[in-house]
Each structure stands twice: as structure tokens, then as C-alpha cells.
Design a protein around this ligand. Structure first.
Ligand code: B12
Ligand code: SF4
Length: 503
């Protein structure tokens, strides 16, 4: 099909997962923004054996723009070299990057010389406006959410008000289906056999200083109406037979009213759903709302618990009213409603002395064990703190004071060390010693052994039992050193790590 079409705009989603790739909503939404105005083609790196060849073969004399969606980590492995090659072979093509990495690391991206524009945050208006300006030789300094280089200086245009989701053009799923079968993106998860990914709001009203959403959305949030979410979900259900939905919003549960409306709409459709939320937000929900959500299919919710230490929560600028006590009590409350809380923790935040860093790690290990006592079904996900450039925040000031610096050159992000940094597995942060990293990792191994995650649908019951019994000995006596035997079992039975594989 690529031979007969103009492919005026090619939008590339670099490979982000080896298996169970999610529907690439970022690039589909970008395509929606130009649908009807340009002939576009999406190429999904997750679905191509030779994605670069496919891009090069799809470029026609009409192709003027190649857009890439880039988040940190493995997507860079294709985004960087492919952009460079496209620019070398087709210097007249304008290369545009969008996505979280592009927006947060725009300096390195633009200084590479092979990316022409960065879309800073939502591209729903910025992208079509940019193409229109370039096509008509118009100035683009007044287009919001744009970053580019002019006279060797980086120019950042004004940030736009948050997009009204309900006003956007519909997601062109049916057209995308002619490029890649949507069917193949329906993955088997803990939620169901045919889980679909959907995104229904921009931003987040909070300012956690470790979070990459903050520099882009500056504590703003705006969501689609419940009626439109429902309309889309129903369309996908009727067309592709989905049985469950992962809401990919940064914070799906900001508005209780929206959640109630959506729950009432979806409750008879037999759809199981999941999303990310805040403990202090949902703790304010009424009991009836929580019961309704469960009845409507909300089986599990992801929460950034971060730490049980109130001082550190403050330093993280977690905002709201979250406290250690609340985190524990909330886990118990969720149990009553049969909704599994998935708590993510960020260990290894900077402190004044190495002793304090270690003390904090020990504190959180004990805290996590307490949560498991209160509600053993709570899923725990552990990240090692990786800085994000939230300029002006206390935490980031501490990070800079420690001597930490992000790579200056785009291609430096391709090293293994920086990939591990992106995956929040082994950050190159000066205040974390190998012993600290080992302690975190070893505890995680023993914890995952003693409480195998329910979302790991591949572990057979007897495997679960065996790992649990063995790890229990270590867990109960706090013997976390060198848990090689648990690691070996997990490797043989390919244990799933939600913190790397997503969700
Ligand atoms: C789905 C998802 C994934 C999927 C992959 C999706 C894909 N592209 O194939 C999976 C599960 C594989 C994944 C993995 C990871 N992810 Co991820 N992911 C998401 C999630 C939840 C939704 C993305 C999405 O579809 N958004 C919907 C679209 C509409 O919004 P959008 O992406 O922002 O797109 C808009 C603009 O950014 C812009 N835009 C984006 N791309 C482009 C491209 C062009 C050309 C233009 C013009 C504009 C543009 O316009 C779009 C429309 O307005 C986001 C959180 C979020 N809510 O966005 C995290 C998120 C992007 N992921 C994140 C991270 C860190 C990762 C990981 C690197 C690490 C991890 N532990 O999760 C891994 C990488 C692992 C790997 N193997 O690659 C972070 C990035 C934070 C940061 N530090 O920059 C986010 C923000 C989550 C978070 N809050 O921490 N992820
Ligand atoms: S609540 Fe979550 S998404 Fe919002 S700023 Fe904090 S960590 Fe980021």
C-alpha cells in the first residue's frame, strides 16, 4: 500500500517492548491531528522486523515530514540512529520529535543537528500548525508548544493552555487498522484476555519533584468527558471485542465526578479496567464511589506511594495530603472494596550523608513489609530514584549539587548505563553506593519471591508456591543478601517485572 500513497507525513513509533506491545496511542493521536489535511502513514517499530528499511522504503517524493514519538529508554535506540540516517539521506525532510524524552531533554535533541523541531507537550494543535506554517513559508515563533534552534539559540515558544480533549478529532483507529491490525495490540493481562490501552486526560494537578510529567504540564490536568470515553471504549469493544482497558493517563482519577459517571456508563458492559491514581485523592472518594467502581470493573489501581517517610514525601513535593500512615490505612480500605492497590515506591532519594540515604532505604523496606501485613494483596513495585529535570525543585537542586549531570550529547543516551538509568534500574547518581543498590535489588527479589505478583499470569500455582516458601525464610528473617537461588527460579520461570515491562 505504501507505493500508491503519498505518505506526506510519516509518523514513527520506535520499538518500546519486545512482547505485548500496547497500541501506540501517542502516534495515533498525532495522526488524528493532521487527518484529512495530510496523507499520513504510521510505522510501528514494535511491529516491524526492519523498521528503518520500512521507513526508507515508504519515503516518496511527497514526503516532507517524519515525526517520531520518543520516551526515555529503549525507544532511543531506534529514534536516534534512524533520525540521523533519514536526515543524511533526505536533508530536505523536516524531522520532528515529540513525547516525554523530547520535551524534557530538548537541548540534547536539538543540538544533535538532525532533529529540526521538538513538540513540547501535547502536539494536537502544535503539529498541524507547524506543518501549515512550513508549507506556506509562514513564521512559527507564535506557535505554542514548540522548541527549535534559530541563529544557534534554542527558542522555546509559549506553552499552550491544556487541550480540550472532547474537541479533538477522533482517534483514527480504523485507518490505523489498515496499517497494523488493532487485533494484535489486544494483549493478555491480569485484567483480561483482550486488554486495550486508552488515554483520556492530559497532565496531572500535582508537582512531585521526581516526576517527568511536571515540567511538561506544570500542575495542570484536563480530562475527556466520561461520555466520550465510554463512546470510544464501546466502539473498540464492538469492533474488536476487547474485555478490559488499561487507562494510560498519568492520573485517571483526578475527578471523582468523572469516575462516577464513567462507572455508571460502563458497569453493564463487562469490561475490567485499571488506571493510575493518587492515594490522597482516592482516599477522599466516598465508600459508595469505591463500591461502584469495583462493580463497574475497576479491579486494580496503580498508586505512587513513593515512600512511607513523611519528611521525604515533603522533599519529593508529593503535594496533597499523602502521609505514611495514610498509605497503610488506604491499603486496608482498598481490601474492603476488593480493589487491588498497586503501590510504587521510589527508593534511593538523595540525602545529606550516605548514612541517611541507607537509613531511608531500611525504613522503606520495613514500611513495605508493614503494608504487606495489612493487605498482602497489595502489589509492590520498586523503582530506584532517577532524577528528572524539574528545574527549581529542592530535590533537583540536591541532585545537581551532588555533581550529577544528564548527558549533553544525544548519542550519549545510547550507552547501556543511560538506558538503565531510564529504566530506573541503576541510576548513575553519585549518592547511591553499590551496597545501597544491592540492598534495594535484593529486597525486591525476596519480596517478589515471597509475594509473586498477581499480574504475573504466567506463573503456575505450584511455581508460585515453591518460590513463596523458599523466599519466606529470607523475608521473615530479613536475610536479603545474595538471593541467587530465588533469582534463578524467577529466571527459569521468567518472572514478569512490571517496572520494566510496563504496567
Ligand atoms: C503506554 C506507555 C508505555 C508503553 C509503550 C507505548 C508505545 N509508545 O509503544 C510501554 C508500556 C512499553 C512503556 C514503557 C516505558 N515507559 Co512509558 N508510558 C506509557 C504511557 C502510560 C502512555 C503513553 C501514551 O500513549 N500517551 C497518550 C498520548 C496521546 O500522549 P503523549 O504520549 O504524551 O503524546 C502527546 C504529546 O506528547 C505529543 N507527542 C508525542 N509523541 C509525538 C510525536 C510527534 C511527531 C509529535 C508531533 C507529537 C508527539 O503529542 C501527543 C498528542 O498530544 C505514558 C504516560 C502518559 N500518560 O503519557 C508513559 C510514559 C511516557 N512512560 C514513561 C517511561 C519512563 C517508560 C519507561 C522508559 C520506563 C518505565 N519503567 O515505565 C518504559 C520503557 C520500557 C521500554 N521497553 O521501552 C514515562 C516517561 C517519563 C520520563 N522520564 O520522561 C511516562 C510519562 C510515564 C511516567 N509518568 O513516568 N510506556
Ligand atoms: S501525582 Fe503522579 S503523575 Fe502527578 S506529579 Fe506526582 S508522580 Fe507525577
Amino acid at each position: 500500500m505504501t507505493n500508491n500513497t503519498k505518505n506526506e507525513v510519516i509518523i514513527f513509533n520506535p520499538k518500546s517492548a519486545d512482547v505485548k506491545y500496547r497500541i501506540p496511542n501517542s502516534v495515533i493521536q498525532v495522526a488524528a491531528s493532521i487527518d484529512g489535511d495530510y496523507e499520513w502513514l504510521i510505522i510501528d517499530g514494535n511491529r516491524e522486523k526492519e523498521p528503518l528499511e520500512k521507513i526508507l522504503a515508504s519515503i516518496t517524493p511527497h514526503t516532507k515530514y517524519v515525526g517520531l514519538s520518543v520516551m526515555p529508554g529503549p525507544q532511543l535506540k531506534q529514534a536516534i540512529p534512524f533520525s540521523k540516517i533519514i536526515k543524511q539521506k533526505f536533508p530536505h525532510i523536516t524531522i520532528v520529535w515529540g513525547g516525554y524524552f523530547a520535551s524534557n531533554q530538548y537541548k540534547a535533541v536539538l543540538e544533535s543537528g538532525f532533529v529540526d523541531f521538538v513538540i513540547n507537550g501535547p502536539g494536537d494543535y502544535a503539529f498541524p500548525e507547524l506543518l501549515h506554517a512550513l508549507d506556506n513559508n509562514l513564521p512559527y515563533y507564535d506557535i505554542k508548544n514548540l522548541i527549535y534552534v534559530k541563529d544557534n539559540e534554542i527558542v522555546k515558544t509559549q506553552k499552550a493552555e491544556l487541550v480540550n480533549y472532547d474537541d479533538l478529532k477522533p482517534m483514527p483507529y480504523a485507518k490505523f487498522d489498515t496499517m497494523y491490525s488493532v487485533e494484535k495490540y489486544l494483549v493478555k493481562t491480569y485484567l483480561g484476555k483482550r486488554t486495550f490501552g486508552y488515554h483520556s486526560s492530559f497532565g496531572c494537578p500535582f508537582t512531585c519533584s521526581f516526576c517527568a510529567v511536571v515540567p511538561i504540564y506544570n500542575a495542570k490536568w484536563k480530562g475527556m468527558s466520561a461520555a466520550n470515553i465510554y463512546k470510544d471504549i464501546l466502539y473498540v469493544k464492538n469492533k474488536w471485542g476487547i474485555d478490559s482497558v488499561e487507562f494510560h493517563d498519568n492520573n485517571f482519577y483526578v475527578s471523582e465526578k468523572r469516575v462516577i459517571e464513567f462507572s455508571n456508563l460502563i458497569k453493564n458492559d463487562n469490561i475490567v479496567w485499571w488506571g493510575e491514581g493518587r492515594i490522597d485523592t482516592i482516599n477522599k472518594y466516598k465508600d459508595e464511589t469505591l463500591a461502584l467502581m469495583r462493580e463497574a470493573g475497576c479491579k486494580m489501581i496503580f498508586f505512587g506511594a513513593e515512600t512511607g517517610n513523611d519528611e521525604v514525601l515533603k522533599k519529593m513535593d508529593k503535594g496533597g495530603t499523602q502521609t505514611g500512615k495514610q498509605i497503610i490505612e488506604f491499603a486496608a480500605r482498598m481490601k474492603k472494596f476488593d480493589i487491588i492497590p498497586e503501590y510504587s515506591f521510589v527508593l534511593g532519594t538523595p540525602a545529606d550523608t550516605p548514612e541517611e540515604v541507607m537509613k531511608q532505604i531500611d525504613f522503606d523496606i520495613a514500611f513495605i513489609k508493614k503494608i504487606k501485613e495489612v493487605n498482602p494483596d497489595t502489589e509492590i513495585i520498586i523503582y530506584v530514584y532517577s532524577p528528572v529535570p524539574t528545574e527549581g525543585s529542592d530535590m533537583y537542586e540536591k541532585v545537581l549539587a551532588s555533581g550529577f549531570r544528564f548527558p549533553q550529547k544525544l548519542e550519549d543516551w545510547l550507552s547501556n548505563e543511560w538506558e538503565n538509568f531510564d529504566l530506573r534500574k541503576n541510576p548513575l547518581t553519585p549518592w547511591l553506593t553499590p551496597q545501597m543498590i544491592d540492598k534495594i535489588k535484593n529486597f525486591e527479589t525476596v519480596l517478589n519471591g515471597y509475594y509473586p505478583t498477581v499480574s504475573d499470569i504466567r506463573l503456575k500455582p505450584y511455581q508460585r508456591k515453591l518460590i513463596k516458601a523458599w523466599s519466606g525464610l529470607r523475608y521473615k528473617s530479613n536475610l536479603f543478601h545474595y538471593p541467587y537461588e530465588i533469582k534463578a527460579l524467577q529466571k527459569i520461570w521468567s518472572y514478569r517485572q512490571p517496572e520494566i515491562q510496563g504496567f
